[in-house]
Each structure stands twice: as structure tokens, then as C-alpha cells.
Design a protein around this ligand. Structure first.
Ligand SMILES: [Zn+2]
Length: 169
């Protein structure tokens, strides 16, 4: 990951923690942040005995849509860290999942507060008929491969089952 992106992520996490701690009376901090190659989701956060408060974001997700990671995934995951801290300290808005406590915090940090968001990371590579390479999600992939339908790329070119090039690793 390039240094500039790393810096924006670090800054965004700090901003979200500071804001959440101020609004909800927590003193949460992040003990471990990782960019993961293996993660199948956009991000994950919580607490475990080894790492304490941790956050992982998907490297593939970052490559695919860095703005989405910064503007949605990080506020979403930081809200989990704060909600865990509040739960560990028996405070209001404490939440170990996607309940009302977490949602209130997530929205305050700029997340839309939904639990699936953009869904899974698009990992099926296709060549559209104008030659552009696009990544599709599983639902779109199945739609092309099992129903032999046609999709359009952002520039309007046809994408068909025959354009499949393989799964991104
Ligand atoms: Zn979540």
C-alpha cells in the first residue's frame, strides 16, 4: 500500500476514535491495525485476548475502492471498537454486534449504519466488449454464468459470460 493511502487511513482512524470517544464518553484506542490479504470481507474489528482492540481491512478492498474503505468501512469498524470498549465498561451504547448501540455510534462517525454496505468485494474479472476490465461480485457473476444475461460496464459496454477471465487472487 502506498504511503499516502496509509497516512489517510491512519488519520481517519484517529479522527473517528477521537470523535467517538468525545461523543460517547469512551477512552477506546486501537491496539492493532492490519491490512489483510486473506480477509473476505471489507473489514472486521473487535477485541481478542492477543491483540486487544483490533481492526483489519481487506487489501483487495483497498485496491478496489479506497474511498469506500476510508469513508464507510473505517467509520463502521471504529464504531465496533468503541462499542466494545463501552460494553466492557458497562456503559451506554455498549454493543458486541450490530445492535442499536453500535449503529448510533457508526452513524455519528459518518457510516451509513448498514451491516452489509457494498456487500462482498468484487473479485470476478471480466473483459467488457470495449476491452475494459471490470470486477464483478458473485451475484453478478452468477447472473452472467448461470442465466446467460448481459450486464453493462460503467462506460456502457456489454459484459457477457464469455468475457470471464478468472477470479482475482
Ligand atoms: Zn460490522
Amino acid at each position: 500500500m502506498d504511503a499516502q493511502l496509509q497516512e489517510r487511513i491512519t488519520k481517519k482512524i484517529k479522527e473517528c476514535l477521537r470523535k467517538g470517544n468525545r461523543l460517547f464518553g469512551s477512552r477506546a484506542r486501537l491496539n492493532k491495525f492490519t491490512v489483510s490479504r486473506k480477509l473476505r470481507k471489507w473489514g472486521v474489528a473487535g477485541w481478542n485476548p492477543t491483540d486487544q482492540y483490533y481492526m483489519r481491512v481487506s487489501q483487495e478492498g483497498l485496491q478496489n475502492d479506497p474511498e469506500y474503505v476510508i469513508n464507510e468501512v473505517i467509520p463502521h469498524e471504529t464504531a465496533h471498537v468503541i462499542a466494545y470498549w463501552l460494553a466492557h465498561n458497562d456503559m451506554e451504547h455498549g454493543d458486541f454486534g450490530h445492535g442499536d448501540g453500535w449503529r448510533t455510534i457508526a452513524k455519528a462517525l459518518g457510516s451509513d449504519g448498514s451491516t452489509n454496505g457494498k456487500g462482498e468485494i468484487p473479485r470476478y474479472k471480466y473483459r467488457a466488449q470495449d476491452g475494459e476490465i471490470v470486477n464483478l461480485n458473485r451475484k453478478q457473476h452468477d447472473y452472467l454464468q448461470k442465466e446467460f444475461k448481459v450486464l453493462r460496464s460503467p462506460s456502457g459496454a456489454r459484459i457477457t459470460a464469455a468475457g470471464y477471465m478468472g477470479e482475482n487472487q
